[in-house]
Design a protein around this ligand. Sequence first.
Ligand SMILES: [Cu+2]
Length: 152
Amino acid sequence: MTVSGFGSFLGAVLAVVWSASAAAQVSVKDAWVRAVPGQKVAGAYLTVTSAAGGRLVGVETPAAKVAEIHEMRHENGVMRMRRREALDLPAGEPVKLAPGGLHIMFMSIEQPLVAGQEVVLTLVVEEGGKRQTVEVRAPVRAAGAGGGHEHH
Ligand SMILES: [Cu+2]
């Protein structure tokens, strides 16, 4: 490892420590949006972890007029989608939003989403009575990647 390489390695380590001490209690990974061409709706997926425990109470995005937390589940043998007001985030436990289960639903999309573009998502998380927002960048992938999500 060169001296400059080691320097940037140290920088990366320090950045992680810094953000951990600066109230970054919520971490998000594997965010992506599943775009269906010609549709005004799209599903967004990610894995969110609250270190202290909390609740996901809202999602905002410039990519759609409305973004809701949804859940897909079998009811009497039929897959149904329900809106959830909030999602519990047990302390330190990753909560996975994935096709076929929990997801974020974009609705009333005005500008069609195109695979390869990036969408900004703002998660509103409540921890200990305080609200904080976490901004995430999610790449758009074409439909067909990972499970069906047919919408009414
Ligand atoms: Cu949905």
